[in-house]
Design a protein around this ligand. Structure first.
Ligand code: ZN
Length: 427
């Protein structure tokens, strides 16, 4: 839509700096100027949007996204959705994330081999609207682990939520297949998970030889390894093998925390704590009472995760919001709730929670010098928010309060012309 000038906005730049009143000029897909007043920013020919004091901030990043989770209560109900419907589902969800203010999403596994790749490619080629997206593989797991949904009488790998491997050679084969399809990341299920019977979250399942084979292939193609790692041993295993993105990290010990801290310029932790909370307190409509969730191990894990993540935050390890939305108990597009959880449970200030989804978001998206901050030269991924997110983070999950969403210089959600916020064209 040409150049856009946001005037009369409160700029919350995402770096952690305090907000300042000012104006921001977008030219093409980049932020061209950031000034304290409209006069300080060239505006000729630009569409002017008078924010009337609204907050202008970077688009948010969801660090642990599963577009293909279809808001079902079981892994097999996700997996058995027919492919045609599943592709359409992913397209619909991608659009919803963008409109909800998530201009970047890190794919953390999909339910069929090419769902993430196809969705990413369709977004990048302009066929469908959606966030910037890093496409993941399916979960790669071992027999009996999280994601192995095969049954003895149905020995068909297509019925399994994750891809089962049983040796380093099988791992290499699976990883090569996903790399051939064009994924950005390979997801390995290193630890157990309380969601799956008989694989407690604090146990560790994959052999070092299997993880090493996977990471060999990942390095050859210059891609990224990510890990489902709830147990302390799996967190350490991920770090030893050069995995960059660690999902969950609920259980740690002093050694795991020291290793995380030593790798803090390389590693990201995206815990996805909302699902732990939801299983304990909100999953009763799907038959998981609080007592059942406690028996499944969720209270034990919640307590450990809060302690671990608070310690990580204190040590300066990058912990990012998002994760495991797309189940019945954690439906898509409530993801910004994680920011409130970070403040309530993990010791973040509201500013730190925002910085983790903006500044760190640009970093986990592999664009550390051009994404996630409102700054001259950076990519124009912006939110116009009615109100002050620092005073009330919950407005970030209220569609009515998200006045506009811009990705790459284009509006995914236009500010309403009818509103009292005037907008027009500068002379
Ligand atoms: Zn996940």
């Amino acid at each position: 839509m040409g150049n856009v000038l946001f005037t009369n906005v409160r700029i919350l730049d995402g770096s952690g700096a305090l907000p300042t009143p000012g104006s921001v000029l977008v030219q093409g897909n980049r932020i061209r100027a950031v000034g304290r007043s409209a006069a300080a920013v060239p505006s000729a020919g630009a569409t002017v949007i008078d924010g009337a004091g609204a907050t202008l901030m970077p688009g948010m990043c969801e660090a642990h996204t599963h577009f293909s989770w279809n808001d079902a209560a079981t892994l097999s109900a996700i997996q058995t959705m027919p492919l045609e419907e599943h592709v359409l589902w992913c397209a619909k969800v991608a659009k919803k994330y963008l409109e909800a203010g998530f201009t970047s999403c890190v794919g953390a596994a999909c339910a069929k081999p090419r769902l993430d790749v196809v969705t990413r490619n369709a977004i990048n080629s302009g066929q469908i609207p959606g966030p910037r997206y890093l496409a993941a593989s399916q979960e790669i797991t071992v027999p009996g682990g999280l994601g192995d949904e095969t049954l003895p009488h149905l020995p068909f790998p297509e019925f399994s939520f994750g891809v089962n491997v049983n040796s380093a050679d099988e791992m290499r084969k699976a990883v090569r297949m996903f790399l051939k399809y064009g994924v950005d990341t390979i997801k390995l299920n290193l630890s157990g998970d309380n969601f799956t019977p008989d694989s407690p979250a604090d146990t560790t399942w994959m052999s070092d030889a299997e993880v090493a084979a996977a990471m060999d292939e990942v390095r050859v193609r210059r891609k990224r390894g990510t890990a489902h790692a709830r147990s302390a041993a799996s967190v350490k295993q991920a770090l030893r093998h050069g995995i960059d993105v660690i999902y969950h990290a609920s259980y740690t010990d002093e050694e795991a925390l020291d290793m995380l801290e030593a790798a803090k310029d390389r590693v990201f932790v995206a815990p996805g704590i909302a699902i732990l909370y939801a299983m304990l307190y909100e999953a009763e409509p799907w038959g998981i009472t609080h007592a059942k969730a406690v028996a499944m191990g969720y209270q034990h894990e919640w307590d450990a995760a809060i302690e671990s993540l608070r310690a990580m935050h204190k040590r300066g390890i990058r912990v990012l919001p998002g994760g495991d939305y797309g189940f019945a108990f954690t439906p898509h597009c409530q993801n910004a709730r994680d920011l409130e959880f970070f403040v309530k449970y993990l010791g973040f200030t509201p500013m730190e929670a925002i910085r983790s989804t903006t500044l760190y978001g640009g970093q986990i998206m592999m664009k550390p010098h051009e994404l996630g901050v409102v700054k001259e030269g950076y990519l124009a991924d912006l939110l116009l928010v009615d109100g002050d997110p620092l005073a009330n983070l919950s407005i970030l999950r209220d569609p009515k309060r998200l006045l506009a969403v811009m990705k790459d210089g284009e509006f995914a959600k236009m500010p309403e012309i009818e509103s009292e916020r005037a907008w027009g064209r500068a002379a």
